[in-house]
Ligand binder design. Structure first.
Ligand code: PLP
Length: 345
């Protein structure tokens, strides 16, 4: 079958990144597979990571946890970063998930649902979720994990990294015997002083660099390919696409490729986006439309049925994201269900 667009996921590269991160930080990696495994398919990536030794996973939403439980069976531990609410606590308990409790009302909701194994988030400076350290609760039954989250891990020299680390180290002394989880992807590159007991990376498992730019220690995992649907010669002076978004100053060849913003290839790719085709980076021209985009392939030997790479091993997702004015996280999680996921490796 010919696919206009497809997302190929290299599970071997995923496995290599898992071991690379574990080697760097020196403690077990508990993968974060929220947002359907950063768009790559949470069940498939989690099953491969289990085969590599992962035993504990993090998702954001209770609903993601329920789906993941279904996909990977009863054994692995699954933490829900959002915690629980009156309406979700019973479902979390019934599917043997563990909420990460972020505020007193969540402790109350979990207790009311019968309690049991759970985590706790401390806020050490990000001011997003979790208890401020001065408001941290007394240890309580069922508490298995205490975590915090770095605000600036993508900037290794940022002073807030150490401030958060020291605040966390002091706060967790209150919870002897509880598993401590500190580092996200960027944190895994900050050195052994940032390890604690388990790390919680996401993006670097899936091929994004820890600093929002490519890092040669991280292997590309996801490749978004689009097929050339039609190639045409456009005379000088004519325009391409909606709103005459591009004007040909000279005669050009244009390849119309089978992916657009309904696949998650953002409209913000106009006018700076590029794709990899026939061994070169070529510009996306005109407006990205819902189902197709146009590429200047002047001088290239391409025909309908050939493939262009939106991101992947040749056009790294961090570079593709930068050109679209965003970050790898958003690029990956924007790929819509219309795009089939193909697993290799
Ligand atoms: C998303 C998230 C992570 C993973 O972050 P990456 O930067 O993708 O490694 C870890 N912890 C929390 C609380 C998160 O929200």
């Amino acid at each position: 079958m010919s696919l206009p667009a497809s997302l190929t996921v290299d599970l071997g590269a995923l496995a290599r990144n898992f071991h690379t991160l574990q080697g760097l930080i020196g403690v077990p990696v508990n993968p974060v597979v929220k947002a359907d495994g950063y768009g790559l398919g949470a069940g498939a990536v989690a099953r491969r990571l289990m085969a590599e030794g992962a035993r504990t996973f993090f998702v954001a939403r209770a609903t993601e946890g329920v789906l993941l439980r279904d996909a990977i069976g009863p054994e692995p531990v699954i933490y829900v970063l959002d915690g629980c609410h009156g309406s979700s606590a019973a479902m979390i308990k019934a599917t043997n998930l563990r909420p990460v409790l972020n505020q007193p009302a969540q402790i109350a909701a979990w207790t009311a649902a019968g309690g049991g194994a759970c985590g706790l988030q401390l806020d050490t400076g990000m001011n997003r979720l979790g208890f401020r350290v001065e408001d941290a609760p007394e240890p309580f039954a069922g508490l298995e994990l205490v975590m915090t989250h770095l605000a600036c891990a993508d900037e290794p020299a940022h002073p807030l990294n150490r401030i958060q680390r020291d605040a966390y180290a002091a706060a967790v002394t209150r919870y002897p015997g509880v598993t401590r989880s500190f580092a996200n992807s960027g944190g895994c590159f900050l050195g052994p002083g940032f390890a604690f007991d388990v790390a919680r990376p996401g993006i670097c498992l899936f091929g994004g660099g820890p600093e929002g730019k490519p890092d040669d220690r991280i292997a590309p995992v996801a490749t978004l390919n689009a097929q050339i649907m039609q190639v045409r010669d456009v005379p000088a002076g004519e325009t391409v696409g909606y709103s005459q978004g591009y004007r040909a100053e000279a005669p050009i060849r244009v390849a119309t490729c089978g992916t657009g913003y309904a696949d998650g290839v953002m409209r913000a790719n106009s006018p700076r986006g590029q794709v990899w085709v026939e061994g070169e980076l070529r510009p996306i021209i005109g407006r990205v439309s819902m189902d197709v985009l146009a590429v200047d392939v002047t001088g290239l030997d391409v025909a309908a049925g050939d493939t262009v790479e939106i991101f992947g091993a040749n056009r790294l997702v961090d570079d593709a994201a930068t050109a679209a004015g965003t970050i790898s996280y958003e690029m990956l999680t924007s790929i819509t269900p219309r795009v089939p996921r193909l697993y290799v490796g």
